[in-house]
Design a protein around this ligand. Structure first.
Ligand SMILES: *Cc1c(COP(=O)(O)O)cnc(C)c1O
Length: 390
């Protein structure tokens, strides 16, 4: 037997080596502090769990769901878009679809739009699924560099004309994983104009729209007038409501995008468990106060971490959003070497920037999913080991 050739084209998982070392250390009883995973450490909010309890008792929820999502769920998503972003006039029949988390729909939109040899324009560094899903669809990922000096925004004029002309999708993600960068509406306007000019489906992965600090409110791409002519936006309940394990999100915007997704999905999966959709409807009505409390936990952790790293000489400023702090590392290490050093000397796990693309080199990603006490501990371990920025 032999695995299909397509699996050979998927880049190797860059964190394998670190995982192996982590397991060795755990086996000999070392207490690891893990800043690697982007998975909220707190439980799902209680009113959502209560809604799930009720929904699961109701046997009408036990059957196949509609693959597009329950009508009530799609309506709730549309209402939320209106409340949160003042995006009006979204049609719940043609402009929104449920997803089994954003990862599913990011993959499926590639299957729906990318022919063999077509380009997708992807951010570098960026969430790895944009690249791998393009490869699954036999397309060609074209990475655009996100550089610190440009606020980690892509420079659109750096895309060669022939790539832009043959590109089917352009991916962006603000608030950004892994850099923590945010984008303005002015930049979104530029993007919409670019994608309109080249007839590219603009895909905005907005997984962190609610995880923002210092009173900053991240925008939706659909706030740009007529953006839905060419743009769709991917929303996920995973990070916002501590629901990574529940697997639910939605995609909203361009009707051809939604149509493509529903055609792919109706042939691959059968949608999201209805009880989970009912719980997700409850999640949309989370009070502003509950959400603020949740985000305040990350903001406090961010402040402790940034302050501590600054005192060790790291040249960083507080980021306005996302679950991550993106830290420049001393020049004499690769990101892989530096992550290994932190693991070996301090028993701290961070992710090497290179795991997110070649332009992630020179940085590590630290997730804010670790409690305050442990962040202080980690900083102390770095201080003791003399791991300063030099
Ligand atoms: C976590 C994450 C996702 C995936 O979220 P799910 O809805 O849990 O699949 C998508 N994009 C980015 C940038 C993420 O960080």
């Amino acid at each position: 037997m032999e695995l299909a050739k397509r699996l050979e084209k998927i880049p190797p998982y860059l964190f394998t080596k670190i995982n192996r070392k982590q397991n060795e250390l755990i086996d000999i009883g070392v207490e690891i502090i893990n800043f690697g995973v982007g998975d909220p450490d707190q439980p799902t909010l209680n009113h959502i769990i209560q809604a799930m309890h009720e929904a699961i008792q109701d046997s009408t929820n036990h059957h196949y769901p509609p693959y597009k999502g329950l009508k009530e769920y799609r309506q709730a998503a549309v209402d939320w878009m209106k409340r949160r972003f003042c995006v009006e006039d979204l049609n719940p029949e043609t402009e929104v679809i449920s997803s089994i988390g954003s990862k599913e729909s990011i993959h499926n939109i590639c299957l729906a739009f990318v022919n063999p040899g077509d380009y997708t324009i992807i951010p570098d560094p960026g969430y790895p699924v944009y690249r791998t899903s393009t490869i699954f669809a036999e397309g060609k990922p074209y990475p655009i560099k996100l550089r610190a000096e440009n606020g980690f925004l892509p420079i659109l004029r750096s895309v060669p004309q022939e790539v832009a002309e043959k590109a089917k999708l352009l991916w962006i993600n603000y608030p950004n994983n892994p850099t923590g960068a945010t984008a303005s509406l002015e930049f979104f306007e530029e993007l919409v104009a670019f994608c309109r000019h080249y007839d590219i489906l603009l895909c905005h992965d907005n997984a962190y729209s609610e995880i923002a600090y210092d009173n900053y409110k991240p925008p939706s791409i659909l706030q740009i007038p007529n953006a839905k002519d060419i743009a769709i936006e991917f929303h996920s309940l995973s990070k916002t409501y501590n629901m990574t394990g529940w697997r639910i999100g939605f995609v909203v915007g361009n009707s051809l995008g939604i149509k493509g997704l529903s055609q792919v999905k109706s042939n691959i999966d059968s949608g999201v468990f209805k009880a989970i959709q009912k719980a997700a409807i409850a999640a949309f009505s989370t009070t502003e106060k509950d959400l603020q409390n949740l985000v305040a936990v990350y903001q406090k952790r961010r402040d402790i971490l940034i302050k501590g790293l600054q005192s060790l000489g790291y040249p960083i400023k507080p980021n306005l959003a996302s679950l991550y702090v993106w830290v420049p590392i001393p020049k004499n290490y690769t990101s892989q070497e530096f992550a290994t050093l932190l693991l070996e000397k301090c028993s701290i796990i961070v992710l090497p920037g290179k795991g997110y693309g070649a332009s992630g080199e020179g940085f590590i990603r630290i997730a804010l999913t670790v409690e305050e006490k442990r962040i202080y501990q980690a900083l102390q371990r770095m201080k003791n080991a003399g791991i300063n920025y030099i």
